[in-house]
Write a protein that binds this ligand. Sequence first.
Ligand code: FBP
Length: 572
Amino acid sequence: MAKKQISELQELRLKFKPELPLTLQLGAANIKVIKGKPTSCAKKFEGEVKKMFANTYGLPEVKFAKGKNDLAKRKITLGVVLSGGQAAGGHNVIAGLFDGLKKANPKNALLGFLNGPAGIIDNKVKVIDVKIIDEYRNTGGFDLICSGRTKIETPEQFEAAKNTLIANKVNALVVVGGDDSNTNAALIAEYLKQQNLDICVIGVPKTIDGDLKNEYIETSFGFDTATKIYAELAGNIARDINSARKYWHFIRLMGRSASHITLEVAFKTQPNIVLVGEEVLAKKMTLAQVVNYMTDIISKRAAEGKNFGLALLPEGLIEFIPEMKELISALNDLLSNPTPSFSTVDNNPAAAKTEDVENGLIEKFAYVQSQLPKNLSDLFKSLPENIAAQLLLDRDPHGNVLVSQIETEKLLVEMIAARLAELKKAKKFNGKFASITHFFGYEGRCGFPSNFDANYTYALGYNAAVLALNNLTGYISSVRNLIKQPKQWICGGIPLTMMLNIEKRHGSQKAVIAKALVDLNGKPFKALCALRKDWAFNDNYLVSGPIQFFGPASITDITTKTLQYEYGKGAK
Ligand code: FBP
């Protein structure tokens, strides 16, 4: 068989040696575990969470320090699964796990479950050895074991997962995922304890969206790389805008439930318009008000002869507009209940071509309209047909609407153009409006991890191995102090149950890790508020260029502007 070809950059990145925090450099056999006081979740949820997690609630926070540790020398088999959307650095989590395990005991084994949690249910396993891992160090993507969005939730799935873990003699399972997947990790940890099985479960915080964060998780991995990639593209577009001076570019950025990505890319590019979903929700803005806000900036710029500009909006904006949120939630309920079969409806209405598919869609539209309350039915009817169809696509296994498929930027452009036409008629707008829309999503998830993400993910994996070797279950791998150099990062474990809230999901009360939205009282958002007026009219676009892997640390190792603001540093 011909040798697999890799790029020149990949050759070099394979040789990159992530820098470990000083504590982890000692190796698990020389790290002792220091347990803190028992922990609790938010007071108002405590009763419920305690009941649901009778075996794992209240665990202590753990920290690591130098000290002999014989328990960590025992031989174990660890299984790892990548869950949910891709994020740069997943392979380095696995590399960190591998190196952490092997340093503690060369006989330790690492297994990868294939295609996400479905691989645990279906017992699809790959042994990860040194030859394999060395081909994936510091590379993007999840292709070593692939990912998936299956959720382990039914009693049968829990039973099947248990059987797989037993069959493979797994002592520890590491779930690399976002808020939903880490919630699932907490449930599996509790289930295995209930079953009197000595198999520990540990989570690792992943998601480019950046919405799995709290006091103990400063950022999820992949956010740094994704925002750098999007900022490169958006910055290049900004320069094109400023050169051609004839188009408005509207860029929708991934981040389905929170606007962290949009905020970070805004700091990195300084666009004319930035929409933050959380602000739209707090101000209870209607779709028309969002359009008016944008139209106002566009027409004021036109009055200065500037018929061009850059607008950034979050992927999940549509769900933040209260009336749309209400509509989507009603559709979620409607579509999660048995509906008449619309077998002729393809799940990609954008590609609807044949008469059958079109007829099926018409039937589905009619059915949905007849079931919705009048106000929502009217709103649904008022939407352009392609957007209405996108709102009806199948939900993901966690019940989330696929916002990545909803072209909100096109909806806004259509509405802005209509509003400007009205203003023109009323002689209140005398400019031109030529627009180009973009969606930056999938292109940011699998790039080579930035040095920050390469170091962070390697540390998260290594740290998770130390937790597993100490037989600690129900924890998330926590690496903090990220504004400093990796050597100074602080490592340990945070009980997953501590992060649980009770929320209503699809009609029933569930324990979930709450999504961390942009905090409107937080320093990053306040910084945006102070800057955006200037950005709107003064065209101070920033062009950050591609991720730098080699060269001065001032450009290769910088953390996100969000983290810099959060640490009160201001952003450079
Ligand atoms: P995770 O939360 O699983 O990390 O995924 C986030 C994300 O990248 C979103 O920003 C996006 O809406 C979604 O995945 C797309 O999902 P899919 O990969 O299933 O199309």
